[in-house]
Ligand binder design. Sequence first.
Ligand code: BG6
Length: 368
Amino acid sequence: EKGGWPSFMAKEVAEQPDAVANTIRGRVQGDQVVIPELDGLDELFIGIDRVIITACGTASYAALVGKYAIEQWARVPVDVELAHEFRYRDPVIGDKTLVISISQSGETMDTLMAVKYARERGARTLSVCNTQGATIPRESDAVVYTHAGPEVAVASTKAFSAQITALLLLGLHMGRVRGSLSDSAASDVAELQALPEKIAQVLAEEQEHVAQLAGWMADTRSVLFLGRHVGYPIALEGALKLKEISYIHAEGFAAGELKHGPIALIEPGQPVFVIVPSPRHSALVHSKVVSNIQEIRARGARVIVIAEEGDAAVLPFADEVIRIPLTGAMFEPVLAVVPLQIFAMALATAKGLDVDQPRNLAKSVTVE
Ligand code: BG6
């Protein structure tokens, strides 16, 4: 039931504080992450020398955020591979490889086949899934459920933020078990727990602003998204949301790639969203993104910036600034994606489209 919301997608976007809180619940003890479902797997986490995360669509972008977090905290190399690519080549995997699959439905055929393939090759398998008892978790050695609740709209929103949350939890859990966490881990756990409230703040403060932006962009034919570090997967997700429900050409890029090609696309009036990482985490990375903004602005781009509160460096070059609260470096994606979801939804609505049932797409693709 939509419960008074104009669409399931609107309802599910609004439910994100709960989706994230419910995914964290029961998995923090004191200032540490302890995922009870993973009890007994310490040896596995210590023994692996490699992680491959496999998924499709939106879940594959959550996987990319997971790569940054797991490498940072658990100090084990992580690759992300689309499920349908992974199983049609000859990947180097064995019993020291952990293959993590991510799937909202737990039924996506491409992802399921990748999990089976990994198992046949002797890898250990762990799934991150939103649907209790679905096929993928049943085919995996272990499962960490996201507790986003049922997601009805075809375009994934709350399942995505819950997937990132589960991967952040997993990274902190693995880091603890492997003894690789730094002294700042306790503050990371605190940041994780503060996320639901901060998502609620983004919803309360930016919803109308972003919806207005979409209003004046209803005739736009193409939108670009730039991000760096964990903002890069969010650029990809922002573009995917727009393609899926607004049928507008959209591309997400790693901001550093700009000068290697995409900058040729910039012409006067081209809307570009830029996800700006906090200067508190890395002044260098922040300054690189600010200079990317200057470069596209100088070529006439219409720049919409998503930046943390108080970041004044972006102001001289931005046409619009969307603010997110201060958080830890790994947690920014969960906040930055929210305005992009709202934007895609508002643009689809402005075009008179059905945001819940986009053309040609299915919620769960159970064929290859
Ligand atoms: C696609 C859906 O077909 O499958 C996407 O349209 C989704 O929204 C992708 O991200 C993966 O689905 P799942 O259920 O495996 O997370």
